[in-house]
Design a protein around this ligand. Structure first.
Ligand code: C2O
Length: 470
């Protein structure tokens, strides 16, 4: 049970630490998380921040605990009980190692699992510091709330203490993964939820997988899985934004964990993992191999000691002591969000004409078509781009059909661009445009509060349409 954290520090260290960093299997894996969560109390419910903030006392206990951690870091950046030390755990797994380092937890099958464990550890720290035993970290439902929620944006609040150059606009449908062309995809709310399998078996599969590729893997491949690509990346870029050469905390993996909204953003992604798993057929596609199931992640507790969170707990949120208030993508309509006019689109940073192969008539063979862009050159600024298609003879004013969005996030001051290969499901649009020529346009999104943001042309080697069967 978790009561041990209310005891002395000595008791904490005796029970929960695994010294050193290895030996992730067997008895040593039964560390912090496992013991802590088999508690007699029912799991806490993680709430949408809109609901969480309705209780002013609850919100102020959260703010006070966060402030205490931020103040501890201000007094001593190395204080293990501080917020910076907590944020730096993300840097150490995400930014410091190279993209294909064995400890890197982005661009592979650890993406969802590691962030789940990281939110869990952070949540437990705040629960302890706040003394609020019912605390769980409130998530940001960006499908419904297209701007930073008030509680995370309130001037002077510890929940808003971060470097942010958020553009003065709301997130677009494409940035949160809502695509309208194919009704089956549209009704998912977040297109990535359409992924039918967890683990990518080949490099080619990564962008349509829900969970990513094994690390290590035979091809030495690494890239964004479906949800990691969008909405994960675009929401990072939106919150962080940039002004001149400065990038906000959320726009760079090195600093992202410093922004309290990081855990609210990843909380929502974590919630969507459960949404996806609600279909038992999906859950059944999660890897059963030991390399995945018997892994454990090591984090630092408030006293600087190591704590482990094993995959056996990660794969069942009730073992980690929480559930979600809802697994619906959108919050029920009862709370109506302010709509806003879409801002003027920026001019395309790439335009290409492409012949769409004639769609076969008759039986649907289950194959899907993808617009594939390869050899994409790294931009040198944050970038979030919508991919739109329209008939080649359509007027310039025709916005076309959005088939996807991609984002380049920074990592230690440099742009992350795992493979330079992007793929977007174009099945439905290709049916409509079969046998015709289309224009593909890459439209950047504003990522700055500055009025005049321009982006240089995006360079790439090739754009074409490929058919895949699974
Ligand atoms: Cu580890 Cu959203 O980044």
């Amino acid at each position: 049970m978790f009561s041990h954290v209310h005891q002395s520090r000595a008791a904490i260290s005796r029970r929960s630490i695994v010294r050193g960093s290895v030996a992730l299997a067997g008895a040593s894996a039964l560390g912090f998380a496992t013991r802590s969560v088999h508690s007699q109390t029912a799991p806490r419910v993680r709430m949408d921040i809109a609901t969480f903030a309705q209780d002013a006392g609850r919100l102020s206990r959260f703010e006070a605990a966060l402030k205490q951690m931020q103040d501890a870091s201000a007094a001593n950046p190395n204080d293990p009980a501080g917020w910076l030390a907590n944020a730096n755990m993300h840097r150490d797994f995400c930014s410091t190692p190279g993209l294909n380092d064995p400890t890197q937890i982005h661009f592979c099958w650890w993406f969802l699992a590691w962030h789940r464990a990281y939110i869990f550890v952070t949540e437990r720290k705040i629960r302890q510091i706040s003394g609020d035993d019912s605390f769980s970290y409130p998530y940001w439902n960006w499908s419904t709330d297209r701007r930073i929620p008030a509680a995370y944006a309130k001037h002077g609040s510890s929940l808003a203490k971060a470097v942010r150059f958020t553009p003065n606009r709301g997130l677009s449908d494409g940035e949160v993964g809502l695509l309208h062309d194919d009704p089956a995809i549209e009704q998912l709310g977040v297109a990535a939820l359409g992924a039918t399998f967890f683990e990518a078996k080949t490099a080619d599969d990564i962008s349509n997988s829900f969970g990513g590729i094994a690390r290590p893997n035979a091809e030495d491949a690494f890239d964004n899985n479906a949800i990691e690509g969008t909405p994960h990346g675009p929401v990072h870029n939106y919150v962080g934004g940039q002004r001149g050469n400065s990038v906000g905390d959320m726009g760079d993996f090195e600093t992202a964990g410093r922004d309290p909204i990081f855990f609210a953003h990843h909380g929502n992604l974590d919630r969507l993992w459960e949404t996806w798993r609600r279909d038992p057929a999906r859950k059944a596609t999660e890897p059963t191999v030991d390399a995945f199931q018997n892994h454990a992640f090591v984090f630092k507790w408030l006293d600087g000691t190591d704590v482990q969170v094993p995959m056996s707990d990660i794969l069942d949120t009730t073992k980690l002591g929480y559930t979600y208030d809802s697994l619906d993508v959108n919050r029920p309509q009862a709370i109506v969000m302010a709509q806003q006019a879409a801002p003027e689109p920026l001019p395309p940073i790439a335009t290409q004409k492409l012949a769409v192969p004639l769609a076969q008539q008759g039986a649907d063979d289950g194959s899907r078509k993808y617009l594939e862009i390869t050899g994409v050159a790294k931009p040198d600024t944050l970038l979030t781009v919508s991919v739109r298609v329209k008939p080649a003879n359509a007027p310039a004013s025709d916005p076309g059909i959005e088939i996807g969005t991609f984002a380049a996030v920074k990592n230690g001051g440099r742009i992350e661009w795992p493979s330079g290969r992007l793929a977007f499901d174009i099945t439905n649009a290709a049916r409509r445009f079969g046998g015709q020529e289309i224009t593909v346009e890459l439209i950047p999104h504003r990522l700055s509060p500055e009025a005049d943001q321009t982006f240089p042309p995006l360079k790439y080697d090739k754009m074409n349409i490929v058919t895949k069967r699974r």
